[in-house]
Ligand binder design. Structure first.
Ligand SMILES: [Zn+2]
Length: 239
């Protein structure tokens, strides 16, 4: 049976208490998701307790036996304190952590996720920052609907579009009846052509695209929307 020690840079996505003192960690690393048991983490004397908290950036030392990982040490890289001081930061970071967990993102996206969280920490986070990060994630997952041409007719899309769910793409409104209309400004932001947009509408379109791929709405959706859309046009209209 393979037994070995290794060190991984990780973002702590979640922590679950097990038994009286142990915990189970859900980590995102450069090699993907890692679930590891942390014996004694909940003891009052544990030195690692403050380090291995959700949404901390850490280096974690693990011992692997078979398929089981056990935490034997950890160092804090950054607790992202500024982010956690504000409700907007907490809402955005939890949403991102849920997407990372639910999409079971490959480790290739570790640097992207870490950079997004560190930017939220350093610059603060608001609807434009958060929606920019979601737009970038969509593109990295290959779900970007923002092609410059309509797949139904092959002509260029300028201005308004519709989301064609079966293609995961923007199409001309006249090429497909029904569907959800997207204004020219919202489409331009999602295509990376503009940095300003009607944020409530962009929020609604991105929500729809993620629901399409996840099969349901993320748990963090409503809270994040209520916190982050305040002050930039309020909640999007109900559909
Ligand atoms: Zn068309």
């Amino acid at each position: 049976m393979a037994e070995r020690y290794s060190v991984h840079e990780a973002i702590v996505l979640d922590l679950t208490s097990v038994g009286e003192y142990d915990a189970y960690l859900d980590l995102f690393t450069r090699t993907g998701r890692m679930h590891a048991r942390a014996p004694g983490l909940n003891r009052p004397t544990s030195r690692l307790k403050g380090i291995l908290q959700p949404l901390n950036w850490v280096s974690v030392h693990v011992y692997r036996r078979g398929r089981q990982y056990t935490v034997v040490g950890a160092e804090l890289r950054d607790a992202l304190r500024h982010l956690k001081e504000r409700l907007e930061g907490v809402a955005a970071a939890h949403y991102l952590a849920e997407l990372v967990g639910r999409l079971d993102l490959s480790g290739e996206l570790f640097d992207w996720a870490l950079e997004a969280l560190r930017r939220f920490d350093e610059e603060g986070v608001d609807a434009p920052h958060f929606l920019g990060a979601k737009r970038a994630l969509l593109a990295r997952l290959g779900w970007d609907p923002g092609g410059k041409t309509c797949p139904l007719c092959g002509r260029r899309i300028v201005g308004e579009a519709k989301v064609e769910e079966s293609l995961g793409a923007f199409v001309h409104p006249e090429c497909r009846p029904g569907g959800v209309r997207v204004s020219g400004r919202a489409r331009a932001f999602l295509a990376g052509e503009e940095e300003e947009a009607p944020w409530g509408e962009v929020w609604a379109v991105l929500r729809q695209l993620f629901v399409l791929h996840l099969g349901e709405e993320p748990k963090a959706e409503r809270f994040a929307r209520s916190v982050l859309l305040r002050g930039v046009g309020g909640e999007p209209a109900a559909r």
